[in-house]
Design a protein around this ligand. Structure first.
Ligand code: SAH
Length: 370
């Protein structure tokens, strides 16, 4: 039984049932026992794998994207280059290596990482050693310095806590985590309905409200509007707002009960790109996409890059590169090409950016609601 489970049970025993948002925040971010605070969860031996860990080509293409956006911004002398939730720091390391092809970009870039986990901060430091003279770490986006910025976020917004509401008897009640008679964590519903939610839905529908993510997006969109720049969000999610319970726990690459072992399994909720986009629009920023990860990466030349790498590789390496390429662009349950969406949030004066400018197939809004 996890230590964090006992801590959460004690909180509930003292204060009553807690929101899903608070549960998620504790499970992932509890200073002592939170999932990200205690471990490096990535890779084959970990609980899940992310695109930068699948292939260096991913971070390299985002590096070329960032350098090209910097140039489009008028090549400012000082660029605040930000990554949100950088994990092992692999994406930023690959980005900086590839960004060297654009003269002046690396010299202009001041690297800022928003990361709450001390374990992952240490991993990021190791990944970036020798790649940049200095990097700066922050707990919150509010602490980032002002100035023109390029901000990258891969699988960051899906790790932020969400509130959940369930339609019952014609009203919305918040979904809570409480204790049953045997002291097990169980889901329940608030006794009082939520008066601010007025939309209609069928009985039993689940509505997710990602206030934390929207607050972060609002803060970042405001600074992009006042100081210039662009943000790139890549995440598991859907392009149209819908209802559905997307809370998902993963351990050893398999889904597990989200309440069973808090702090021992990764916990995510799908990103509602339409709602995230509205938070950015409300701050005066402009949206590009969302498009599927496949469309984005192919537009940036992933296929060409993979082929070029394969040409100078051994047959075994070439097979590995082909597999990585497939994983990044493939559809279906195992591929990342369609489940993942890419959206840019920009200053209103920026033109269409690479990956969004040669659109033939925008991300479909149908058939993939949670
Ligand atoms: N971008 C990386 C890691 C994704 S996992 C990759 O693609 O491999 C989510 C990352 O966000 C982790 O680094 C985690 O520690 C960080 N994180 C989660 N919640 C956070 C928060 N509220 N503030 C800052 N970082 C957070």
């Amino acid at each position: 039984m996890s230590q964090l489970r006992n801590e959460i049970a004690a909180i509930i025993a003292a204060e009553g049932p807690i929101s899903v948002e608070r549960f998620m925040a504790l499970a992932l971010g509890h200073p002592r026992y939170g999932y990200y605070m205690t471990r490096d969860p990535f890779g084959r031996a970990g609980d899940f794998i992310t695109a930068p860990e699948v292939s260096q080509m991913f971070g390299e293409l985002i590096g070329l994207w960032a350098a090209s956006v910097w140039q489009t911004m008028g090549a400012p002398e000082r660029l605040i280059l930000v990554e949100l939730g950088p994990g092992r720091g692999t994406l930023m390391a690959d980005l900086l290596r590839a960004g060297r092809v654009m003269p002046g970009f690396i010299e202009a870039a001041e690297v800022h990482l928003v990361e709450t986990s001390p374990v992952l901060r240490a991993a990021q430091k190791a990944s970036l050693a020798g790649r940049v003279a200095t990097a700066h770490w922050h707990d919150r986006v509010e602490d980032l310095p002002p100035g023109p910025a390029v901000i990258v976020a891969n699988e960051f917004f899906d790790a932020l806590p969400v509130r959940q509401f369930v339609r019952q008897g014609g009203v919305w009640r918040e979904r809570l985590v409480g204790l049953d008679a045997e002291g097990r964590l169980v889901f329940g519903l608030a006794a009082e309905p939520e008066p601010r939610l007025t939309q209609q839905a069928r009985e039993g529908a689940v509505l997710e409200v990602p206030l934390v993510g929207h607050g972060i997006m609002r803060t970042l969109a405001q600074r992009l509007v006042s100081d210039g720049g662009a943000l790139l969000a890549i995440d598991y999610g859907h392009v149209a707002t819908g209802t559905g319970d997307t809370l998902q726990a993963m351990k050893n690459h398999k889904p597990v009960d989200p309440l069973a072992e808090p702090g021992e399994a990764d916990l995510t909720a799908h990103v509602d790109f339409a709602a995230l986009g509205r938070a950015a629009l409300a701050a005066g920023a402009v949206l590009q996409g969302p498009v599927t990860q496949r469309v984005f990466l192919e537009a940036l030349g992933l296929g060409v890059r993979a082929e070029r790498l394969q040409r100078s590789a051994t047959p075994e390496q070439a097979r590995a590169i082909a597999g990585q390429y497939q994983r990044l662009v493939e559809g279906g349950r195992t591929g990342m090409g369609e489940l993942f969406k890419v959206m840019a949030v920009t200053h209103p004066d920026l033109p269409m950016l690479p990956g969004f400018d040669r659109l033939t197939t925008p991300a479909r809004a149908s058939g993939e609601e949670p």
